[in-house]
Design a protein around this ligand. Structure first.
Ligand code: TAP
Length: 499
């Protein structure tokens, strides 16, 4: 079947998909067991330490994007529920969490971190079921990094006065936190861990399509004995996020998601005195010079754009390759893509899982079609897509010019746009030719060239000879249309302190 054919678009192929190409070895299926997860038919909101129904009684389904099976019905928070959650958070802040010594708060964070590790298999399977990401990514990246964020911030909780924010930095109060669907558990950890370490209480709004691991994390908070109201989870649609952001009882708003919604939130918060951090979209350049080791660069390109199906705000979605190396790099990249395996997210051999939702699949198709219509050349490895669920093959566009939509707009899918450059100056000019400013990658042997570029690339994070490296101690964030504020490290902690 040709990628992009009618059969691919309508999903009529009934086989488990596998990219065949040149791979010399077949893999036997190695599915992770679903039995480690117990799904409830219905989930409530987590408010004041208890799971409670929404005041309206309304529920939203959450779906496995690999099969379109409904996994559960989840309570849809309305304004009254958000109000209740903010009141619970305020009460917990004033009576318990705010006055608690940092060393005591740290114990709860360590406990949550350890429970995340103990229940890591359960979290990984649930994340792959609800999000569609390959189990090897949820198992080896999302869950360990989420635990690492709690461990790291537990270490800060009793050392805030030594963090360089003055002798007695104070928490802000109640944090309203809204997160997207691409890293549901990890984004919850990025939001909750620093807020709690700094002494704030939280109301978290997960994405509508991926609420389940945030609710399991709420259960872990119960298990850790976290005082009621310190963490609250109000699942629901975008309107629940808007109600949380607008609530007068919220002191700090932290948002990760699209630039469009980020702008709405900035308008809603303007003039209220609330503190705000925004982590928005990106259109990162991954720049490969002709002296870069090709094999390593190709691995970095694959990791940069095909990790998590390209649903990554800092994805290296624009490959800028120096002209003399372009043919070799693109040729080797095609060979490598032919060895990737697409299919069941719970199979431990799977490299590319499902697209998170039908809506997101529609956006990826629309932008990819626009790339072809504007004259770029589209290529995917030979690929059969499963008949049910939401799937898109890894796709590379060559002959892309900076004016094409696929070079300018965030696709948020497994689609790479390849552009070329001749000189370092041209690489910088093309890389910076975007309204975003979140991340960039540089591949070259020359350390001096890395430093020269890092000074000129307008990106919050620049990776050199690697890509998509995350550590709780390292601040992450963007500027321009990628937002402002940092998450992680001392800088991220400062976003939750009155400094
Ligand atoms: P958004 O629509 O921005 O959603 C992010 C979060 O905000 C979700 O929890 C969403 O709830 C909530 N939300 C929606 N409207 C809101 C409002 N008016 N006020 C407050 N909260 C609101 O992103 P998305 O729908 O997940 O994806 C859309 C595009 O955003 C993607 O195609 C991609 O380009 C980009 N994106 C970027 C990132 C990062 S990390 N930079 C992550 C995800 C998506 P619902 O889920 O219920 O809508």
């Amino acid at each position: 079947m040709e990628p992009g054919s009618d059969a691919e678009r309508t999903g009529t192929v009934l086989m488990r998909g596998e990219l065949t190409g040149q791979a010399g070895w077949d893999y036997a299926p190695a599915p992770e067991s679903r039995d480690v997860v117990t799904l409830a038919g219905e989930y409530g909101l987590f408010i004041g330490g208890e799971f409670v129904p929404a005041a309206s009684g309304r529920l939203l389904p959450t779906v496995n994007p690999a099969t379109e099976e409904t996994l559960a019905q989840v309570a849809e928070a309305g304004e009254a529920d958000v109000d209740r959650a903010v009141a619970a958070a305020r009460d917990a802040y004033e009576r318990v969490w705010g006055p608690m010594p940092g060393a005591e708060r740290a114990k709860y964070l360590y406990r949550i971190a350890r429970l995340l590790q103990e229940r890591s298999r359960e979290f990984a399977v649930l994340e792959s079921l609800d999000n569609g990401k390959p189990i090897k990514e949820s198992r080896d990246v999302d869950v360990p990094l989420a635990a690492a964020h709690f461990f790291y911030h537990a270490g800060w909780a009793d050392k805030l006065e030594h963090a360089g924010f003055g002798p007695s930095p104070r928490p802000l109060g109640v944090a309203g936190q809204v997160i997207p669907w691409n890293f549901p558990l990890l984004m919850a950890a990025w939001k909750l861990a620093p807020a709690l370490a700094a002494g704030n209480t939280c109301v978290l709004k997960p994405a509508e399509t991926t609420p389940l691991t945030a609710l399991l994390l709420a259960e872990v908070c119960q298990q850790a004995g976290l005082p009621p109201g310190v963490v609250n989870v109000t699942t629901g649609a975008g309107s629940a996020g808007a109600a949380l952001v607008a609530h007068p009882g919220v002191d700090k708003v932290a948002f990760t998601g699209s630039t469009e919604v980020g702008k709405q939130i900035q308008r809603a918060v303007a003039g209220t005195g609330k503190r705000l951090t925004l982590e928005l979209g990106g259109k990162a350049a991954n720049i490969v010079f002709d002296d870069a080791p090709v094999e390593a660069a190709v691995e970095g390109i694959v990791n940069g754009i095909f990790f998590n199906q390209g649903h990554v705000c800092c994805a290296g979605s624009r490959l800028l390759v120096q002209e003399p190396a372009a043919d070799a790099v693109v040729g080797r990249l095609r060979d490598r893509l032919a060895t990737l395996r697409l299919g069941d997210p719970l199979d431990k051999n799977t490299d590319i899982g499902a697209i998170n939702s039908r809506e997101q699949l529609g956006k990826i198709r629309e932008l990819s079609d626009a790339g072809e219509a504007e004259g770029a050349e589209r290529w995917s490895p030979p690929c059969e897509l499963p008949g049910r669920g939401f799937w898109f093959p890894p796709t590379v566009f060559t002959g892309v010019s900076p004016s094409h939509r696929i070079a300018r707009e965030e696709i948020f899918g497994p689609v790479l746009s390849v552009l070329t450059f001749r000189t370092p100056g041209e690489a910088v000019a093309k890389a910076n030719n975007t309204p975003y400013g979140l991340s960039a990658g540089v591949w070259t042997e020359k350390g001096s060239r890395i430093l020269w570029l890092a000074q000129r690339l307008r990106a919050g994070v620049v990776w050199a000879n690697t890509y998509n490296r995350f550590d709780p101690a390292s601040p992450f964030g963007g500027y321009r249309e990628s937002g402002f504020g940092r998450e992680g490290g001392r800088h991220g902690l400062g976003a939750y302190l009155d400094v």
